[in-house]
Design a protein around this ligand. Structure first.
Ligand code: CU
Length: 126
């Protein structure tokens, strides 16, 4: 293998790695951790989007989502879980707790009030 071939291979691997990172790396999928009271708790930062934006929880157990809104952009001032009939205002630079017990399994989208920012709540049937 000469230097040019090696360069082509390295370039190809780097390009593939970039594509994988670009399409899959941006979505962070996080399972909620269960605290000592049996509540599935997770911290979410709101800043031009939700981070993490894919949250995995179990059905039939209480969930507590701590939304910390790290911006004043009006886009993110509300968060809506339509499937669970939850709409909540998120004051800037504060943590807002949203608590509920998911009673159905599936994948549910949550959004900002304008349906622009999106995240996904995955409820596993245990
Ligand atoms: Cu918005």
């Amino acid at each position: 293998m000469d230097g040019i071939e090696a360069g082509v291979i390295i370039g190809g691997v780097a390009a593939m790695a970039f594509v994988l990172w670009y399409f899959f790396g941006k979505r962070k999928r996080v399972s909620a951790s269960v605290n000592e009271k049996g509540v599935q708790e997770i911290n979410i930062t709101v800043k031009g989007g939700y981070s993490p934006d894919v949250i995995v929880v179990n059905k039939g157990m209480p969930v507590r989502l701590n939304f910390y809104r790290d911006e004043t952009s009006s886009c993110s001032e509300q968060v809506i879980f339509g499937d669970f009939r939850i709409a909540r205002n998120l004051p800037a630079f504060k943590t807002t707790k949203i608590e509920f017990t998911p009673d159905k399994a599936g994948e549910f989208t949550f959004t900002c009030g304008m349906n622009m920012l999106r995240g996904k709540l995955i409820v596993m049937s245990s």
